[in-house]
Design a protein around this ligand. Sequence first.
Ligand code: GLU
Ligand code: ZN
Length: 325
Amino acid sequence: MILAVSDLQNPSFPAGGYRGRFAPSPTGPLHAGSLVAALGSWLDARYHSGKWLLRIEDLDTPRCIPGADQEILQQLLSCGLQWDETVTWQSQGQERYEKALERLNGLLCLYPCTCSRQKITNALAALGIEPIRNQEQVYPSTCRPPVIGQYSDLQNLDLKQSWRLALPSTCQINFVDLALGPQNQNICEQVGDFVLRRSDGLFSYQLAVVVDDAEQKISHIVRGQDLLSNTGRQIHLQEVLSYPRPQYLHLPLVLDEHGEKLSKQTLASKINTQDDKQSLTELRKAGAYLGLVDLPTGENISIAEWLLAATQAWGARIKHKSSPL
Ligand code: GLU
Ligand code: ZN
């Protein structure tokens, strides 16, 4: 099957060209759900003749499993999902997160917090707010000073304090998701001042992902819908740091037979990539979750051929209904 270059080109790129990424946390090997995110982001990048970067998000070291990063790389290659440019590991880039934190300090929108989870629960209870299961607690600004100054002890980890971003009094974020349409999130009501550096010194996912997406000039973020609720926080942080806003596309979640999201926490089993046949079976399942129909079903088709057909199917849907899903 030959794909004409003109079929793959879409004029709506940002100036630097399409740059997408897949950013797994190495808390275990890829499972069916993470393969959907990998495949969806890869297809979107390939259809747009863009770059697809691979970033290992290994900042939350207590949750990382040694060797899982290498296994993920291997699984992606077995599925024919080749990345462009050098793989990056967040654990190797602490200075850039420190610099961003220093900038926020200079912008007077950072303050230290010594609240434990229990103290936050108690403070909320005193306000008549009971915790809701599986839902993050909205930080009630307990430690927020009336006027925020600049701090000189930002790098003093002995103080065992976390650092939170001070939100403006209203923080309503609107964006158009390329799959889900218009979204709005009220960060003050839904999250409150959120943590950028934890009391154990680890940088938060929110800070690291925003800094890296900007440094790597990511134009399109294609990822699972489980991350949708983080997007408002990330867009706000981009605005405070004067970073450009990428486009977002959140993919459908893969649910298990109990209707729960597949994740390492629910012990989702890893995809089977022991040979090409198994890898193709996994890709076909992931493609079906993405709603890709009419793809070649034959036994003798190669992974490369299947991926090319999937890229065309993805692109055809963007052309016909301006969304791949
Ligand atoms: N590292 C995150 C995860 O594995 C994904 C980050 C992202 O795509 O923004 O859940
Ligand atoms: Zn606090």
